[in-house]
Design a protein around this ligand. Structure first.
Ligand code: 13P
Ligand code: ZN
Length: 277
């Protein structure tokens, strides 16, 4: 029949990606309990084969200004939802929302069953989307997780962004190539607040990775794979750092001159001022 939606949304590529990613994050131990959240910017064309976008289930208020995203659709993880459970019940743990015309609420179009709400970190996600879109119109993903070794490093390493970034770059040769923009670091702030959202999004204008000391990390990117890979690469470097420190004295490392040569070879520009040359 014409206009009838026959495709099951559980089979939509963006739902499958979200299920796969949340499951992987859980299995890696970076999203214990309800830890972590993901938001995925979707186009109307992505959704219409699966959903009637004129049907709103309910309206959910937000207490920050999302005017810059009015009319935009997002697939989000639910607040208090366990990544462990997303695979077996996507419609209880995920939701598709559209930023409403008032810019201060979202319309729920699918999921978040039984009165669930979007992640409590929606301010940080939406403000980060706004920041990333201002520098890259193709940005679609914002991902937060409690990556274990990065989190641990915020206790033992200087929290200066330049020093922290350079240590990560030194731990694996690939790091500089994957995140030449380095990592931003916000002060310790209360999660879920507009304040941490503002601080995170300010950093997101310059870098796609933002560390939340003693909590976790935010990553942003054009695709789920790219964003996951970004966090995974930084986390691997932090794991190597952990092992290096536990082994003892460092006898040699990648020099700043070598990092510069690496950047030249791979056509990336290390964040200005981060190498001592
Ligand atoms: P939510 O369950 O509300 O997404 O919060 C989890 C979290 O990681 C908070 O920083
Ligand atoms: Zn968290």
């Amino acid at each position: 029949m014409v206009n009838q939606i026959v495709n099951k949304i559980e089979n939509a590529p963006f739902i499958l990606e979200m299920v796969e990613t949340t499951s992987n994050l859980y299995r890696l131990g970076w999203d214990e309990r309800n830890g972590g959240n993901i938001s995925y910017l979707l186009s109307e064309e992505d959704i219409t084969p699966f959903l009637d976008v004129t049907k709103t289930i309910r309206n959910i208020p937000m207490d920050f200004d999302g005017s810059a995203l009015i009319g935009k659709y997002f697939l989000v993880t639910g607040s208090g939802k366990y990544f462990k459970n997303v695979q077996k019940a996507p419609s209880e743990n995920l939701g598709i929302i559209r930023v409403a015309a008032d810019g201060k609420s979202v319309d729920l179009l699918w999921g978040l069953e039984n009165g669930a709400v979007p992640t409590s970190e929606l301010p940080s996600h939406f403000m980060s989307h706004i920041a990333r879109l201002s520098v890259n119109p193709n940005n679609r993903i914002v991902m937060h997780c409690h990556a274990t070794h990065l989190l641990a490093m915020t206790f033992t390493h200087d929290l200066d962004e330049c020093l922290f970034t350079r240590t990560l770059w030194q731990m694996c040769t690939e790091c500089l190539v994957v995140f030449p923009d380095g990592v931003g670091i916000v002060p310790w702030l209360i999660p879920g607040t507009n304040e941490i959202g503002i601080a995170t999004s300010e950093k997101m204008k310059e870098t796609r990775l933002v560390v939340w000391p003693h909590h976790g990390i935010y990553g942003a990117g054009e695709t789920m794979d790219e964003t996951f890979g970004l966090i995974e690469t930084a986390e691997k470097a932090a794991q190597v750092y952990t092992i290096v420190r536990s082994q003892g004295e460092v006898l040699q490392t990648i020099t700043d001159e070598q990092l510069k040569m690496l950047g030249e070879r791979f056509g990336v520009t290390p964040k200005s001022g981060y190498l001592n040359l």
